[in-house]
Design a protein around this ligand. Structure first.
Ligand SMILES: [Zn+2]
Length: 412
């Protein structure tokens, strides 16, 4: 917290002290999301980007000057961050872009980008001495919180919608979470979690829509992309969008790095939504927000009432970026293509990002010589049913070599 000045409401601009249990602006209600404001002048004067490279802190904690936690405060033992930025030249050629990298967040401790936010959530919970952390999630935020809590010896209470992928629910149960599978939508699960947290004194609130600190953890994914490319950022960074929190965090990373002089330009951010769950893309295009559907195979971005739409829209605009929409068929095709041409197994929400890039090249938004980093937000192993749907069935053969010879397809 050495550089945190205060919290500021994205709607009315009112400021509040950075208390660890802060949620939304009391004056504006649930839409008054708070932003953490750092003293960027002090950071740029006192911190050196080379120190980050050589930081003795591991994982996301190397970004301590830009994080809202105490440098010597308590932290959980799981260590997110430092996921690989995988060069993807064959996929670049297939999609028609100059250079392409995949930030493979499937390699995080519980196999998704949300581990970055949960590490901050658990650090904050430990800071206030909470014993229970609660959240609602489409799946990945929940499984990451459950893992981080299990590692830190905290109880996690999780509300998931009935559409949550089996692999993610399995993670929750294995990590010992108390799991409520709400027979309703994500919006129902969110509302129920909010009500339950309000009733239970001492529960720490890890709802990423309203906890102002979690997005700062997600930000480290963008910070790492800049570091991985030796501070020479790509032309575009592509992020799939559900609640809006992740894309807002990643956009913020580059805006902050430019502000403190560690990079010389901000990449444009391409937000990608599913055609059946497009509330933020519509708000971006029309400048009017209305809740939308949750109809997509990409459960991680199936969010009808996104809490962070304001941050997502303003931050993407600030980068000069835009949105694309993709269908479920395009997501399945992108999952296959990504796996075959890179060896990275993307979950549907991450396949959506690749599909969005593909669409943006067809639409002429992203050009043939542009360099692009795509955030692969989670592992395909989290949603095996959707992966099999996308990739088709194996060759079934009798246990004889003749059957194998007869069934073997030609090499392509
Ligand atoms: Zn406000």
């Amino acid at each position: 917290m050495q550089y945190v000045k205060h919290l500021e409401c994205v709607l009315c601009g009112k400021t509040y002290p950075a208390s660890p249990t802060a949620t939304t602006c009391p004056a504006c209600g649930p839409s008054g999301i708070l932003d953490v404001v750092f003293d960027y002048d002090a950071i740029s004067h006192r911190e050196d980007r080379d120190e980050v490279i050589h930081s003795t802190d591991n994982g996301l904690w190397r970004w301590m000057p830009l994080l809202p936690v105490e440098p010597d405060g308590p932290r959980g033992p799981l260590l997110p961050g430092n996921t690989p930025l995988v060069p993807a030249p064959r996929l670049a050629e297939a999609l028609g872009v100059g250079r392409l990298w995949l930030k493979d967040e499937g390699r995080a401790p519980t196999a998704s980008l949300k581990d970055r936010a949960s590490a901050i959530g658990v650090a904050k919970a430990l800071e206030v001495g909470a014993r229970t952390v609660a959240t609602a999630s489409t799946g990945n935020a929940a499984s990451s919180l459950a893992g981080a809590c299990a590692a830190a010896g905290l109880r996690s209470v999780i509300f998931v919608p009935k559409t949550a992928a089996e692999g993610k629910v399995a993670q929750l149960l294995i990590f010992g979470a108390t799991v409520f599978q709400v027979q309703g939508s994500y919006a129902d699960a969110f509302r129920l979690a909010t009500e339950a947290i309000a009733e239970q004194p001492g529960w720490y609130n890890r709802l990423s829509g309203i906890n102002p600190y979690l997005v700062e953890g997600k930000k480290t994914c963008g910070l790492e992309i800049a570091l991985d490319l030796n501070w020479k950022v790509p032309d575009w960074v592509v992020v799939s969008v559900g609640d809006g929190c992740t894309v807002a965090g990643i956009a913020r990373a580059f805006i902050e790095l430019k502000r403190i002089g560690w990079i010389d330009r901000v990449p444009r951010i391409l937000g990608v939504q599913a055609a059946g769950s497009r509330a933020i893309a519509d708000a971006f295009a029309t400048e009017r927000y209305a809740p939308g559907g949750e109809d997509t195979i990409a459960d991680g971005i199936a969010v009808g009432e996104p809490r962070n739409w304001i941050k997502a829209v303003t931050r993407i605009k600030a980068t000069g970026g835009t949105f694309t929409l993709v269908t479920d068929d395009e997501i399945r095709e992108a999952m296959r293509l990504t796996g075959r041409l890179t060896g990275v197994f993307a979950e549907p929400a991450a396949g959506a990002a690749v599909a969005g890039l593909q669409k943006a090249t067809v639409q002429g938004i992203i050009g043939k010589s542009d360099s692009v980093a795509v955030v692969v937000s989670g592992s395909g192993l989290k949603d095996v049913r959707r992966a099999i749907e996308a990739a088709g069935a194996p060759l079934k053969v009798q246990p004889t070599i003749e059957a194998v010879r007869a069934a073997l397809p030609p090499m392509n």
